[in-house]
Design a protein around this ligand. Structure first.
Ligand SMILES: [Zn+2]
Ligand SMILES: [Zn+2]
Length: 878
């Protein structure tokens, strides 16, 4: 029964982090605001041209006194504003362009689409306008294509794969394609479109991103590509001015995100978040009133110009205001003051429109919250009550009739700031409650496991629970009922209500006096001394401290060495005969093994000498002792020897880039099957002899999959484990065995890998003896096999040398689950919903791995038993 509960509770807990951290921040059911034209205000521009230079960082733009953008410099030395626009992590193209055109940063719920799309439709500048034309990368076009159902007439022109292919090295070709397309359109409409409604031209210029990835920022090739792009932008500007000579066009140049020196982006370093912006044309002022103290040198003569700074999302309402549109409905940006050369009235009205649009989102959240019966008694965001919103709207009307525009502008700015705070407040309204209730669920489950482990002997607790059974039950029932009533009356969203209620049934299960009694028969109660130790507080404390220590190894894999050495000394030091040969061998092994996590990650790392020593070690280990040498069957000896030879040949061919004969691939695949089947077919009943064959076969298989030190590491680790288990014959305890199984499992992983680099799962080197062409999923399968083999070997050794583990395996698994849950509780608080996709992904993966690790151990131990021929024996005992 506990397995079923464990499964259920874990699935629910894994879902909880999604509900707590990854709910959408995009608000649905909004209405657009009135365009400024409706207030009889003429916008300064009717056309907006947006040049989005994908991946161009501010540092590249301003480098060497703007030497690499000479044509653009000509423009900004004469007119307009220039400066830095700050984006946020994840610094990627989709969120960057959405922040620019729709005014909100990455929606956490995009995790459900693998960060490839936005789960909820949104409004953008493109579909607020009367007409819009976009050219560029298909991925970016798709982001906005999908969501432009309402509003004006929108046109998208993505480039095709051929264009992309020709621009593989000559990255500037991508931009040249866009320029030629725009040019052709302008020629077509030249004399036809003198008067029409608002138009947005969006030129997605992809080449700076490609050049950054391919050539790296700052290189000659990158600068060459940038030069072509900036010259093209300048020519486009002239072409637009020629086509539309009415001086009603406004231009914005900026980028979605920056790039590091190494040519990557995604995180939040200064190079990645700082992008340039340049605004010029109709309605743009020369110096914004909010200018900071910073300046930059614009040319080699030392001309200093003010460097304006703003947040990326602020560009959205600014673009809208310049062409007289209301901000997109889902925008969270606030229009910066002083950027427009317009009347005071116009700027005040634009800010008011921005404030109304933000307030509409806030009011929607407030409305949902106030639907609840208890809304008045609960915490509310009291800095902006409905009455205050009403009085703000009234005040603005009043101020505008009195022509007090600057006061109106100031008031709108204050309200916008408060509104954003209020939106944050209601978005995170249940977050702390949810964290608290999930913690309570975790603790209830851990308590249940503790009782499972300590039943029969934890007399006091059992008696107390039996005495207080009624009180406990009634308290929990009543509180659950009250909470349920409260949540229904408050109309809390279903997912949230569910997770707030979850602790109650879990604690009910944990506190039931007979909760753990049903399985007590399978535990030998004849050894009270052993189980009694479990209940001691110091042992519990030790487990918790060790679990906490292991949590840190997820972030710094080198720490696992410390855990390994400390636990090894604590557990084994006294088991060896002092100054014996075994003792020194063991000591040397522990010290050497502790050095492995200091080496680079094994995937993608190749070292010919370490690789060869691994193969030699497999061979030596198999034939070192006389007893073993004679115990192998002929086919075991020859198949393994041949496959080790095959491994060396394949690796040599691969490193010299020769074609590997297909026969060798076939040999590798046949050995993969042979390695397992031959063990299963073996009729030998002696565990030690079976173990020898397992170690030899699986060791060779592992060598076949390794590229550097992996085999050496695994061979040494299994030697150390055998040695220390053989030396231990004193009484053991369940937690100690459970902890060492977990430690060896984690060590065999962290000794070579870390969870941070998920891409390594697809590293083709591991499959070099198996695959003649790259196949991602088979590669992943082989890498997973490679990482399960050491665990499988460890489990087989545990089962062979440790009779105790064979007898109490169920309790050991429960104890592993207990430790994993204590660790999982830590990871619950470390889950991140901001930052780069990589960081967010890693934090989720850590939490999920903790939930899955017990399952992996149970599964692999089952395979180990199968290989050892233990399954039959277990059945007889049950
Ligand atoms: Zn990009
Ligand atoms: Zn990129």
């Amino acid at each position: 029964m506990w397995i079923f509960y464990a499964f259920l509770v874990h699935v629910l807990l894994l879902g909880s982090i999604l509900v707590i951290n990854f709910r959408s921040t995009v608000i649905k059911g909004l209405q657009p605001q009135t365009p400024l034209l409706a207030y009889d205000l003429n916008p300064p521009a009717t056309r907006l041209v947006l040049f989005a230079t994908d991946g161009l960082r501010a540092a590249s733009f301003f480098e060497d006194n703007c030497r690499h953008v000479p044509h653009l410099r000509e423009i900004f030395m004469r007119e307009g504003l220039v400066g830095i626009s700050r984006t946020r992590a994840p610094t990627e193209s989709r969120p960057g362009h959405i922040a620019l055109l729709a005014g909100f940063y990455e929606d956490p719920s995009a995790v459900f689409k693998g960060w490839k799309g936005n789960p909820i439709d949104f409004d953008s500048v493109l579909n607020r306008s009367g007409y819009s034309f976009s050219w560029g990368c298909p991925n970016i076009m798709d982001v906005f294509k999908k969501v432009t159902k309402r509003g004006g007439s929108v046109h998208f022109h993505p480039f095709n794969d051929d264009v992309y292919e020709t621009a593989r090295w000559a990255t500037y070709r991508l931009d040249e394609w866009v320029f030629s397309q725009v040019s052709a359109l302008l020629d077509r409409i030249k004399n036809k479109w003198n008067t029409f409604s608002t138009v947005v031209f969006f030129l997605h210029l992809m080449s700076s991103d490609r050049a950054g990835h391919v050539h790296k920022p700052g290189t000659i090739l990158f600068q060459k590509s940038l030069n072509i792009t900036e010259r093209g932008i300048w020519e486009m500007y002239r072409k637009f001015e020629e086509t539309f000579p009415d001086k009603n066009t406004v231009y914005l140049l900026t980028s979605d995100h920056g790039m590091t020196d190494t040519g990557i982006h995604g995180s939040g370093t200064a190079h990645e978040i700082e992008t340039p912006f340049m605004l010029w044309g109709a309605g743009v002022s020369r110096i914004a009133s909010t200018v900071g103290a910073r300046k930059f040198v614009a040319n080699d003569e030392g001309l200093q110009l003010p460097l304006h700074e703003l947040e990326q999302a602020q560009l959205t309402p600014l673009m809208s205001a310049l062409v007289g549109l209301p901000p997109p409905m889902n925008n969270f940006g606030t229009m910066p003051t002083g950027y427009m050369a317009v009347s005071e009235e116009y700027e005040a009205m634009a800010a008011h429109s921005n404030a109304l649009q933000l307030l509409a989102q806030y009011e929607k959240l407030l409305e949902q919250h106030r639907q609840g019966f208890f809304a008045d008694f609960l915490n509310n965001f009291d800095q902006l009550s409905p009455a205050e919103i009403k009085s703000y709207k009234k005040l603005i009307l009043n101020l505008h009739t009195r022509r007090a525009y600057s006061e109106s502008l100031a008031r709108s700015n204050v309200v916008m700031e408060l509104t954003l705070k209020g939106i944050d407040y209601y978005h995170g309204y249940y977050r702390n409650c949810l964290l608290l209730s999930t913690t309570a669920t975790f603790l209830g489950w851990i308590f249940y496991l503790y009782r499972l482990l300590s039943r029969n002997t934890a007399g006091k607790l059992q008696i107390m629970l039996e005495k207080q059974e009624k009180v406990c039950r009634i308290t929990l029932d009543v509180s659950m009922f009250l909470l349920l009533f409260f949540l229904v009356a408050q109309r809390a969203p279903i997912a949230i209500a569910f997770y707030l209620l979850l602790p109650m049934p879990v604690w009910m299960m944990a506190l039931k006096p007979k909760a753990c009694g049903s399985t007590s028969a399978s535990v030998p109660s004849s050894q009270p001394g052993v189980t009694a130790r479990m209940t001691s507080a110091s042992q519990l404390l030790l487990i918790i401290v060790c679990a906490e220590l292991m949590v840190f190894t997820f972030f710094e894999r080198r720490l696992i060495s410390l855990c390994f050495v400390a636990f090894g000394f604590y557990n084994n030091w006294r088991n060896f005969v002092p100054n014996s040969r075994e003792f020194y061998t063991w000591l040397a092994l522990v010290i050497i093994l502790a050095c492995f996590p200091l080496l680079p990650l094994s995937e993608g790392y190749q070292n010919w000498y370490l690789f060869l020593s691994g193969i030699v070690l497999v061979f030596l280990r198999a034939f070192w002792s006389k007893k073993r040498r004679f115990s192998y069957s002929y086919h075991t000896k020859y198949c393994n020897a041949l496959i080790l030879l095959n491994t060396i040949i394949c690796a040599y061919f691969d490193s010299e880039e020769y074609d590997i004969p297909i026969l060798l691939y076939l040999a590798s695949w046949s050995f993969l099957i042979y390695a397992f089947v031959s063990i299963l077919m073996n009729k030998e009943s002696n565990f030690e002899q079976r173990l020898d064959q397992i170690c030899f076969n699986l060791g060779s298989l592992h060598a076949l999959l390794s590229t550097s030190y992996e085999s050496v590491f695994v061979q040494l680790l299994t030697m150390e484990l055998s040695l220390s288990l053989a030396a231990t014959n004193s009484a053991k305890s369940v937690p100690r065995v459970a902890f060492s199984i977990l430690l060896y499992t984690l060590f065999s992983f962290f000794g070579m890998e870390s969870f941070e680099s998920v891409d390594n799962l697809f590293d083709s080197n591991s499959g070099r003896c198996f695959l003649w062409q790259y196949a991602p999923y088979i590669t992943m399968g082989l890498v997973l096999l490679k990482h399960s083999l050491p665990v499988l070997l460890n489990m087989s050794i545990f089962y062979t040398h440790c009779e105790y583990a064979r007898q109490r395996e169920k309790r050991i698994f429960i104890c592993i689950l207990f430790i994993c849950n204590i660790m999982g509780l830590n990871f619950l608080f470390l889950v991140r919903n901001q930052g780069s996709w990589k960081d967010m992904g890693a934090s989720i993966i850590n939490f999920y791995i903790m939930g899955l690790i017990t399952l992996i151990i149970v599964l692999l131990s089952w395979v180990a038993q199968l290989l050892l021929g233990l399954i039959a024996i277990v059945y007889r005992q049950v």
